[in-house]
Design a protein around this ligand. Structure first.
Ligand code: GA4
Length: 328
């Protein structure tokens, strides 16, 4: 199906693909390392089921986020502007990117979450307890997945990736997005009849690994080639995982930092929450020597996460920042 593009000059194709599913239950685990590596090489994206995150942790988080977004605009604005942390509406980052989305961007340090919750909720203790236990659980899941990846790659250091997320000064962040239902005049006029608008434009995530969950409303799409979009079916019981730029650099381009975007739904509002697992600011990011294929020289120069983050925030959402760090 060809639909009009948010960039009206570029025609787009929607292509359904069966995306990889990784089962983390005791019976599925032995196959997981190889399957995760395959998924990261092919798509940089996969779904995780039987993940072990307790249902009540998820439902308390859903309740906290629904409670916040249901507040009057004037009260939500009190938790903003996003600098980058706090409440933001329509404006994404600092360089003019916009989308049909409102969000909360939060630090992952529990003390900072507690402090920030005062401006977010009338019951800040309840809100921060929900957020902090959710973050703790998804960080654990992210580390579990990173260890399976290291195992699948036969890395001599079994916690080469997860160590960066477990560090006390890890720069991980947590985002809750709310896409109000909206019919998109732009796309409707284009003849696709889809009625969607761009909620969060095309980009890759800068960090190591993103662990994402949404309500039962679709809208997320990944791009496997330029202009071709694969819809990601919603599944509130599962988590979707995507490879970030740093993991692409650490695997010397073997894993793909997947480009993705979120469209709004004309009939239902969509909520998604993403944990972005990041290294500490002073961590050096370089391809792991043991993972290098002698026939494939280093693609990227080593950089610190602080340097990379500076580049991220100086560019637009859709820019390919890793290109700035190419070895030649
Ligand atoms: C995309 C991934 C995460 O949501 C995020 C975003 C960040 C922000 O909203 O502040 C950025 C975006 C994200 C990449 C480019 C820059 C920075 C907005 C933007 C235009 C929190 C992140 O780390 O990078």
């Amino acid at each position: 199906m060809v639909v009009a593009s948010p960039n009206p000059r570029r025609a787009e194709k929607i292509q359904a693909v069966e995306l990889p599913v990784i089962d983390l239950s005791p019976s599925g685990r032995s196959a997981a390392p190889a399957l995760i590596v395959e998924a990261c090489e092919k798509y940089g994206f996969f779904k995780v089921i039987n993940h072990g995150v307790p249902g009540e942790v998820v439902s308390r988080m859903d309740e906290a986020s629904a409670g916040f977004f249901a507040r009057p605009d004037s009260e939500k604005r009190g938790a903003g502007p996003a600098d980058p942390f706090g409440y933001g509406s329509k404006s994404i980052g600092f360089n003019g990117d916009v989308g049909e989305v409102e969000y909360l961007l939060l630090e992952t340090d529990p003390v900072l979450v507690s402090r920030r919750s005062v401006g977010i909720s009338d019951d800040p203790n309840r809100f921060s307890a929900a957020v902090n236990s959710y973050i703790e659980a998804v960080r654990e899941l992210a580390c579990d997945i990173l260890d399976l990846m290291a195992q699948g790659l036969r890395a001599p250091d079994a916690s080469v990736f997860s160590r960066l997320l477990r560090a006390v000064d890890s720069d991980s962040v947590f985002r809750i997005n709310h896409y109000p239902r909206r019919s998109g005049a732009v796309l409707l006029r284009g003849g696709g009849g889809v009625g969607e608008e761009v909620g969060f434009g095309e980009h890759s995530d800068p960090q190591i690994l993103t662990v994402l969950r949404s309500n039962d409303v679709g809208g997320l799409q990944i791009s496997l080639e330029d202009g071709v979009w694969t819809p990601v079916p919603p599944d509130p019981a599962a988590f979707w995982v995507n490879v970030g730029d740093v993991l692409q650099a650490m695997t010397n381009g073997r894993f793909l930092s997947v480009r993705h975007r979120a469209l709004t739904n004309p009939f239902k509002s969509r909520t998604s929450m993403a944990f972005f697992g990041a290294p500490p600011l002073d961590a050096w990011i370089a391809p792991q020597r043991e993972l290098l294929d002698p026939r494939r020289p280093c693609i990227y120069k080593p950089f610190t996460w602080a340097e990379y983050k500076k580049a991220v925030y100086s560019l637009r959402l859709g820019d390919t920042r890793l290109d700035l760090f190419r070895a030649r």
